[in-house]
Design a protein around this ligand. Sequence first.
Ligand code: 13P
Length: 251
Amino acid sequence: MADSLTKLIAGNWKMNGLRASLFEVEKLASKLTAGAAPRCTVAICPPATLIAAMNQIAAPAGIVVGAQDCHPAASGAHTGDLSAPMLADAGAQLVIVGHSERRADHGETDELVRQKAVSVLAAGLTPIICVGETRAEREAGTADAVVAAQLAASVPDEAADDDVVVAYEPVWAIGTGLTPTSADIAQMHKSLRDQLVKRFGAKGAAIKLLYGGSLKPGNAREILAIEHVNGGLIGGASLLADDLFAIISAA
Ligand code: 13P
């Protein structure tokens, strides 16, 4: 199947950005509204502190705003945490769950990631569920098995009826300037697609598969053209409007 799905280009600002950084979103908004409408969906996931303010600038330009994490519960005694309904209330439409930095920094398991994805769906939002192998796992030849296990346990059964997005982010490619070969990305995305179709049938063919890890203007065209790569999850290069716009143009 050719990639008939509308691509999603999503920026993940991680723990970067103050209100002054919204200038970059203003710049991106004016670039996007100046020319022909992009043929992809554009999203930015800023720190939660910026979701509401970013939405004011982003929404009129058709840019979707998302969040980077949530607690699996809707409310309760969890000091410092944010729930999916709160993020929805602030204006988020997407929530990244299971990013490798959260899996590493906070010991998040596939089971917790799955619960978070369920809570995101229950709030009427779309989860971007992240999977990806470490360098040691790739070198040991276990990347396929590791990622398959993460996918099986992190994607909830609710994906049969509700929209979810999956992001393949090899941990060793994040923030390093390294990327897998196009052949390796193609092979992993084909494998993810096959597993989703096996589990969810036609619905599995419609789940967007993003690639993430050192995606930048210089490699975006090649990576985004790979079959079953339905967009990108972009860290560093999403912080500057010029870079993100170049990637959107490549899509
Ligand atoms: P970089 O694009 O900075 O490698 O980060 C990728 C990422 O982790 C996006 O979630």
